[in-house]
Design a protein around this ligand. Structure first.
Ligand code: M6R
Length: 609
């Protein structure tokens, strides 16, 4: 989704902050970009279609001295990706960058046209700059014009605005789209996400819906849309700026795959006691008391972790779990009561579908818990309690370390629930916790497959279709493996429950169809999946088997490729089994020459429905 950066402070520093910030937001996905700088009270706007490099080329032939400005990377919603539709949009002396959708823009546009405003783009955003300009022309101050304009708009927005009339201020607003301000010494910042400003400031305020922030270089205020001051807490972010660099890897995706042993360890650390067999999560006690049923919701990869979470919670805590796509549950009539715990899972904590579903479930009386990676994100704030994954910033659009840390949280949560409902003994608790301690080391071992998987990708990257099959707790890993391949390499791939093969998809199998089978040895469904393997071989399908254990070698003659992963307990096997699939998707993307970090049409944070 679009990225916003704003800066006010030191003369001559503005372009650098805006451009570097936009670069750090590239992972969100975009198709055009632009900046507006105020210099001696005059606006300079440069915009470009395509990647930021195009904008940089244009910027290099200008010089800039301004001490404030706003920048934007656009992900098209209204109007094609083009320079004309790129932000900032300017009306008179007002420049605006916007993330979100103004739902009543057509109505507002008609009114503004009647007043003589000329529209230079097909965007919904342009109504904002004209509306503010209209209020200003009628004598309102910059702040009052902004508030006046936004009282008329419906929809979602994160916005940053500068005005030639008051060139010592930036105004930022938020409603349903993420926006933060960061505080410096003699300078202040606005951004859609923390990484954009992390090298300059770790003191961050997360704006809330309806907030209007007025930033000057030495001060800031936050009000509501009526001008009433509101207080917001300043948070210290302990993310390391180095963690958002590629650290010698060619892509963020590869770095983040290799970050997993640490990320999983950081997510377990300080939350478990092997001595007592207990798991500790702050603020969860009241929420889990008397829970009869869990409903887990999420989108994309986060939905897949919910599917695995179901196996864990049902098996370890013996609590019944339903799983739904966040984008679907809102359009059903789910049976929710006060004994239902709704768990919303989201890496970004800002996914519109998940956040809306969470609010709807809350309205229906559910208790709510979120599992997210981003501190103080929307979903974290909207739920009754939150468990953070400690994956660190995930920049690659394809979710990798966020996924495995979500899985370890589900595992720990299952133990927590089991212990609190009395269904899990101390001894069982100890055993489960002990198994979790092995995960960082097992992940390290799985990552040693890197070169082998690279070779495998070389062999298979020209195939047009793939099937991924698994059963039991690894069935969602088949879905996740297929999703990873689709999104980064643009190859068609389908994940299927292996037992369902004979009910339809087997018709697709021939020598041009590689089938990736995920069957860790410890699995209770191992033998059954091997039967499916024979069915595929009989139809000349190419089989890549991902399995574990010493007996795996015996299978080597019956399949095309054998990938041996380290053995773990059955409940934790998905965390290991997904690693070769992440690497496979990554290297296929590299061989195909697609952009693994920013695949086409995708955005890291999906803030529109
Ligand atoms: O931030 P979230 O976890 O809520 O995002 C949900 C999906 O958009 C996300 O998992 C998406 O499917 C990824 N690109 C998958 O790699």
């Amino acid at each position: 989704m679009c990225g916003i950066v704003g800066y006010i402070g030191i003369e001559g520093k503005t372009v650098q902050v805006l451009v570097e910030g936009l670069k750090r937001l590239e992972y969100r996905g975009y198709d055009s970009s632009g900046i507006a700088i105020l210099e001696k009270g005059h606006t300079k706007v440069i915009k470009s279609e395509g990647k930021l490099d195009n904008l940089l080329k244009k910027l290099s032939i200008h010089s800039f001295n301004g001490s404030l400005g706003i920048g934007h990377t656009r992900w098209a919603t209204h109007g094609t990706p083009s320079e004309r539709n790129a932000h900032p949009h300017v009306s008179g002396g007002t420049s605006v960058v916007h993330n979100g959708i103004i739902e009543n823009y057509q109505e507002l546009k008609n009114e503004l046209k009647k007043k003589g405003y000329v529209f230079n783009s097909d965007t919904d955003t342009e109504v904002i700059s004209h509306l503010i300009e209209d209020f200003s022309k009628n004598g309102s101050s910059f702040e009052d014009s902004v508030r006046g304009a936004f009282k008329l708009t419906e929809g979602s927005y994160a916005v940053a605005i500068v005005s030639e009339r008051e060139p010592e201020k930036i105004i930022a607003l938020r409603k349903f789209s993420p926006l933060i301000i960061a505080l410096g010494q003699g300078e202040n910042f606005i951004a859609s996400d923390i990484p954009a400003v992390l090298p300059y400031s770790k003191r961050v305020i997360f704006l809330e819906d309806g907030d209007v922030a007025i930033l000057e270089k030495d001060s800031f205020r936050i009000t509501d849309l009526n001008g009433q001051e509101v207080k917001r807490e300043v948070f210290s972010i302990n993310w390391d700026p180095v963690a958002i660099e590629k650290g010698g890897y060619k892509h963020f995706m590869l770095k983040e795959i290799h970050d997993q042993p640490h990320a999983v360890l950081d997510t377990i650390r300080g939350r478990v006691s092997e001595e007592s067999g207990d798991v500790y999560f702050e603020g969860l006690e009241n929420i889990v008391k008397g829970v009869r049923r869990v409903v887990a919701i999420g989108c994309g990869t986060s939905y897949h972790s919910c599917l695995i979470g179901r196996y864990m919670i049902e098996n370890i805590a013996h609590v019944s779990v339903d799983v739904d796509l966040a984008s679907e549950i809102r359009y059903r009539d789910p049976i929710i009561d006060e004994n239902t715990l709704v768990i919303a899972v989201s890496q970004s904590g800002e996914t519109a579908d998940t956040s809306e579903a969470l609010l709807e479930m809350k309205k229906r009386g559910a208790r709510t818990l979120s599992i997210t990676n981003v501190p103080k994100s929307k979903i974290a704030r909207e739920s009754d309690a939150v468990i953070y994954t400690h994956a660190g910033p995930e920049i690659g659009v394809a979710s990798t370390k966020a996924f495995t840390t979500q899985l370890i949280v589900f595992y720990l949560l299952s133990i927590y629930l089991g212990r609190h409902t009395g269904r899990l003994s101390d001894n069982e608790g100890r055993r489960f916790i002990h198994d979790s301690f092995r995960m960082p080391q097992l992940l390290e071992m799985a990552l040693k497959l890197d070169e082998v998987i690279k070779g495998l990708a070389m062999e298979f990257y020209h195939y047009k279709n793939f099937l991924y099959l698994a059963r039991g707790i690894n069935y969602p890993i088949a879905l996740e493996g297929a999703l990873k391949l689709k999104e980064v390499s643009y190859i068609h791939a389908e994940g299927y429950a292996a037992g369902e093969m004979k009910h339809g998809p087997i018709a697709l199998v021939d020598e041009s169809m590689p089938v990736v089978i995920i069957a860790p040895r410890d699995g209770i469904v191992y033998k059954k999946v091997l039967n499916n393997l024979q069915e595929i071989r009989a139809r000349r399908g190419k089989v890549i088997l991902i399995t574990s254990g010493d007996e795996a070698d015996e299978l080597n003659t019956q399949i095309d490729r054998l990938i041996k992963i380290p053995d773990s307990s059955y409940m934790l096997s998905p965390i290991i089994a997904v690693v070769p699939l992440q690497l496979f998707a990554y290297y296929i993307a590299v061989y195909k020459g697609t952009d693994a970090d920013q695949p086409r049409n995708l955005a890291k944070v999906v803030t529109v429905e």
